[in-house]
Design a protein around this ligand. Sequence first.
Ligand SMILES: Nc1nc2c(ncn2[C@@H]2O[C@H](COP(=O)(O)OP(=O)(O)O)[C@@H](O)[C@H]2O)c(=O)[nH]1
Ligand SMILES: [Mg+2]
Length: 272
Amino acid sequence: MKIKNSSFVTSAVKEEQYPEELLPEIAFAGRSNVGKSSLINMLINRKGLAKTSSTPGKTQLVNFYDIDGLFRMVDLPGYGYAKVSKSKKSEWGTIIDTYLSSRKNLIEVLLLVDCRHKPTEDDREMYQWIKAYGYNGIVVATKADKLSQNQLAKQLPIIRTELKMTMDDMLVPVSSEKRSGKYEVWDLFNQLFMVNGYDIAFERQTDGDEEILEAGEAPLEASLLENNPEKKPAVMANAPKKKDRKRNRPEEKDKLKKKKQQEAKKKKSKKK
Ligand SMILES: Nc1nc2c(ncn2[C@@H]2O[C@H](COP(=O)(O)OP(=O)(O)O)[C@@H](O)[C@H]2O)c(=O)[nH]1
Ligand SMILES: [Mg+2]
């Protein structure tokens, strides 16, 4: 099945503004400017459906995109933009928390990090958050075109270490600029639909001007992963698990909150 129609559904801040929970959703989280909107556009072969921006930190909205009436991609508000005020930051936290905690049809959250940089504290927190809500926590390393293969091979383990990922956790390098990593992400989506019990399977979304690959043939961007120290493309190495909403118990959330508060206290006392 190829994508024929993708469209913007709505932007939301509050739960009442979300579209009905009729379709499975896959959400994209990450710092502003990390490449969330660009990745969405690449995946659906559309240039400007998700608005990309060179002035980050502006939109604090959850954007829903409908893909062929079968599922939705959800662009979450970006975090970590220095010029954003404290009140904006807590607003951001509330918007994300509301979405993650309430959305029954959310099957996975991808965390995007820039492959060139060490993940930030915000990234680490976001990753913990995603895990605490019972998702696989799939990490997408963006802007892979900005690094050589050797540099990328060095960066990927750093991202793993900083985010405290295990070898079971998935890490996928992509470049929206070079249009690489697209098939890996789509294959992953298909696996996610399958393990979550949805009868949805998309064909590899070719751009039209590139060769159409036979089933089982290595995708063009496999070369990008050649130097991946994990040898296998990360996506294929481990099958994603069905989301485990049981882990999303209030106690879990409370524990996480307490831990955060304790950490903040420690930091404060250190400063003194
Ligand atoms: N070189 C390169 N630039 C990218 C890539 N993805 C996004 N960008 C650029 O990074 C900036 C922010 O991208 P955007 O998708 O708007 O990020 P968002 O804020 O996370 O949605 C834009 O100027 C994009 O053109 C990529 O894969 N490679
Ligand atoms: Mg964006």
